[in-house]
Design a binder for this molecule. Structure first.
Ligand SMILES: Cc1cc2nc3c(=O)[nH]c(=O)nc-3n(C[C@H](O)[C@H](O)[C@H](O)COP(=O)(O)OP(=O)(O)OC[C@H]3O[C@@H](n4cnc5c(N)ncnc54)[C@H](O)[C@@H]3O)c2cc1C
Ligand code: FES
Length: 257
């Protein structure tokens, strides 16, 4: 884990209000695993004071990329960064996705900005000899950020591109035509989508890991501000920042915020 300043190498808008920020950091580039995140201090001032967590999206040599949607102050400041500016990063943090194991096919399911960990995850899975099928859903075509995803299956809520409906409905219809038994599901996206993925995976007897992206403060297990309810466990809550953000879907109970 590192805590340091990194030089921004670029910021580009890749979909409506969605930006990719890249910065140079050889240590993170060398050590980060799919599903891990970085806690970024977005600037030197006091507002916003807290760091903001972002999944690692891609790594190219020494350069690390995150992808984010502008939803508030922190992400607006990040979107305004220029080449040569600095971001202060803490990470890589959190438990990565489990890409080892017996399965031969990986089913990646992303809703909205849930695409964030998917390019790096797909790359590591392919290197591990797994076949990868990726499903991406968004409200409408303008919100799709499909760069760096290989042959994605696409769903939009309004039918403006691909399957008309939710990404989970798309996965269900794909499975009807191509039943899979030797697969593992990896998903990231809004809570309601993750609940639907979890129900689908359990009904299909497939192992499934979910990446949770609720709000966080410290990112390192100190503030206790990121609980998720556990199922059948001695401790009732797990901390998303240190015990996640990736969880086996059978071990947690999700709640819509
Ligand atoms: C492990 C982890 C990984 C993440 N990875 C990514 C990523 O790769 N790309 C990305 O775009 N976002 C990601 N997020 C969410 C991201 O951290 C928030 O969008 C960001 O902190 C918002 O900061 P802000 O200052 O712009 O918004 P704020 O001003 O802090 O908030 C604006 C509004 O958005 C709400 N909000 C803030 N954070 C979240 C959230 N996580 N979920 C739902 N509503 C929220 C606030 O309650 C408020 O209403 C991740 C979160 C976690 C915990
Ligand atoms: S964010 Fe502080 S304990 Fe998880």
């Amino acid at each position: 884990m590192t805590l340091c300043n990194a030089d921004v190498t670029g910021v580009r808008e890749v979909a409506q209000g969605v930006y990719v920020l890249s910065f140079r950091n050889p240590e993170v580039a060398r050590t980060v695993l799919p599903g891990q995140f970085l806690n970024l201090r977005v600037h030197e001032g006091l507002d916003p004071f807290l760091r903001r967590p972002f999944s690692v999206y891609r790594v190219e040599k020494d350069v690390v990329e995150i992808i984010f949607q502008v939803i508030g102050k922190g992400t607006a400041i990040l979107a305004g960064k220029k080449r040569g500016d600095v971001v202060n990063i803490l990470g890589p943090l959190g438990v990565p996705f489990g890409i080892g194991g017996e399965f031969t096919k990986a089913i990646l399911i992303a809703g909205g900005l849930g695409i964030a960990p998917m390019p790096i995850l797909g790359e590591h899975l392919r290197k591990a000899g797994k076949r990868v099928e990726i499903f991406v859903g968004a409200r409408t075509v303008g919100q799709l950020a499909l760069h760096h995803l290989k042959s994605p299956h696409v769903a939009t809520d309004d039918g403006s591109r691909g399957f008309h409906g939710t990404v989970v409905a798309l996965v269900e219809s794909y499975f009807k035509e191509h039943p899979q038994t030797d697969a593992k599901v990896f998903a990231c996206g809004p809570t309601r989508m993750l609940e639907a993925v979890s129900r689908f995976a359990q009904a299909s007897f497939l192992p499934c890991e979910l990446s949770l992206e609720g709000e966080m403060a410290c990112g390192i297990g100190i503030c206790q501000g990121c609980p998720v309810e556990r199922i059948n466990a001695e401790r009732r809550y797990a901390l998303v920042c240190t015990e996640g953000p990736t969880f086996d879907c059978t071990t947690i109970r999700l709640r819509e915020a």
